[in-house]
Design a protein around this ligand. Structure first.
Ligand SMILES: [Zn+2]
Ligand SMILES: [Zn+2]
Length: 337
C-alpha cells in the first residue's frame, strides 16, 4: 500500500492481482479505507458483464487509478502504469487453463519490462520458478520480521503413534485437546485444518477386503455421512452407502480414514458446548458462502473453524490463537502467543 501511495503521487496507476478466493470484502475495505472508493476499480468473476464493462470504462477514462482483481485484471486498460503487485504469487489461479490460455504472472513480467516499472511478487511460500528467476536478478526482498512485530508461532509436532501407545485412540492428541479446551474457556478461537473432506476416506469389508471404488477413476469412494452416500472426489460419481458387502454379503463393514465431517462430529462430541463451523467444498456452495462462513466465524466468535485448504489462506483473525494441521501420523499444533 505504501508503494501504491508513492506511485499515485507521481500520477501513475497500479494493478494489484490477488487470487480470486482472497478477493473478499474485508480485503477490499482496507484499500478503500486508505485510498478512497473512487480511486479503486474491482475486476473479478462475480461481476456481471455490465458491471465489468463499467469498471473497464472507469479504468480506461483514468477515473480509477488502482485496479484490484483476479488474474484477468492484468489486461486492465490502464494508462501510465506505475507498478504491478501480485499477492500470493504462488497461487495456481494466476494460470488460466481456459482458452486463450495465459499466465498472468508471465504477462506481468512482460508488462513490467516494457514499461520499465517494478513488479512485486509477494508470497510466504514462493513458487520455485519465480524464486529462481528473481534470485538471478538479485531481486529477493525478505521480510525479516513479521508484520506489527508479532512473534512467530510456537510449533509442536505430536507423534500420534506415541499417543496410541498411551491409549489415546481419539483423533485429537492429548496436547491438542488441552489447548482447544483452554481456548474455549478463554473465549479464543481455534482453526483445525484437515486436507480431506467427507467423513471416511474409504469403506472396506473386513471379511473379503472389498472396497468401494469409482470405476472410472479407480480411486476409493469417500463416505459422506449426512446424505449416507459414497462419492468420488475426482469425477463426482456417487452411489448409496452399503451395509452389506456386495461381494461376500458380510455385514462386517468398517470405515477408515478421517475427513472434515468426521472431525467436526468428533469435536462436537468431545466439546459439546463449543460452537463449530465447517468450510470445505461441501459447505461452500452458494455464491457467497465462502465469505459468509468466514464472516460468521469472525463476527459470531465461533469457537472452532474446521476445514480443508480453504481455511489456510491468508486470513486475518485477531482472536485465533491455535491452529492445527494434520498429517496421517502427526499433528502440528501452532500456538500464537
Ligand atoms: Zn466382503
Ligand atoms: Zn470418479
Amino acid at each position: 500500500m505504501q508503494l501504491i501511495g508513492k506511485i499515485l503521487e507521481k500520477g501513475k496507476t497500479a494493478i494489484v492481482l490477488v487470487p480470486e478466493i482472497s478477493l473478499t470484502p474485508q480485503m477490499v475495505e482496507r484499500f478503500i479505507a486508505r485510498f478512497g472508493e473512487e480511486k479503486i476499480a474491482l475486476l473479478h468473476s462475480k461481476l456481471s458483464v455490465g458491471e465489468r464493462y463499467d469498471e473497464w470504462k472507469r479504468i480506461e477514462k483514468n477515473e480509477a487509478q488502482i485496479v484490484i482483481g483476479a488474474r484477468s485484471a492484468i489486461f486492465a486498460p490502464v494508462d501510465n502504469l506505475g507498478i504491478i503487485i501480485i499477492d500470493e504469487e504462488h497461487d495456481a489461479s494466476y494460470k488460466s487453463d481456459m482458452t486463450p490460455k495465459y499466465n498472468a504472472k508471465e504477462i506481468a513480467f512482460y508488462l513490467a519490462k516494457q514499461n520499465n516499472i517494478p513488479l512485486v511478487l509477494g508470497s510466504a511460500t514462493p513458487d520455485l520458478e519465480t524464486y529462481y528467476r528473481v534470485s538471478k536478478e538479485d531481486g529477493i526482498l525478505t521480510l525479516k520480521e513479521r508484520a506489527n512485530n508479532s512473534k512467530l508461532p510456537n510449533v509442536e509436532i505430536i507423534d500420534m503413534k506415541k499417543e496410541l501407545a498411551l491409549g489415546n485412540k481419539s483423533m485429537l492428541s492429548i496436547r491438542l485437546h488441552e489447548m482447544i479446551e483452554k481456548n474455549i474457556q478463554n473465549k479464543k478461537q481455534t482453526i483445525l485444518f484437515l486436507n480431506r473432506r467427507g467423513y471416511s476416506t474409504f469403506v472396506m469389508c473386513r471379511d473379503c477386503g472389498y472396497t468401494a471404488t469409482c470405476k472410472k477413476c479407480n480411486v476409493s469412494l469417500t463416505y459422506h455421512i449426512r446424505q449416507n452416500k459414497l462419492k468420488c472426489h475426482y469425477c463426482g460419481y456417487e452411489r448409496d452407502n452399503f451395509t452389506e458387502c456386495p461381494e461376500c454379503k458380510s455385514k462386517n463393514i468398517r470405515y477408515f480414514g478421517t475427513g472434515t465431517q468426521k472431525l467436526e462430529a468428533e469435536i462436537n462430541k468431545v466439546f459439546p458446548n463449543a460452537t463449530t463451523i465447517r468450510m470445505d467444498i461441501d459447505t461452500v456452495s452458494k455464491k457467497n458462502s465462502y465469505e459468509d462462513i468466514l464472516n460468521k466465524f469472525k463476527n459470531e466468535n465461533i469457537d472452532i473453524l474446521i476445514g480443508t485448504q480453504m481455511v489456510v489462506k491468508g486470513h486475518h483473525f485477531p482472536n485465533v490463537t491455535l491452529v492445527r494441521s494434520y498429517s496421517s501420523r502427526q499433528q502440528y499444533v501452532y500456538v500464537r502467543i
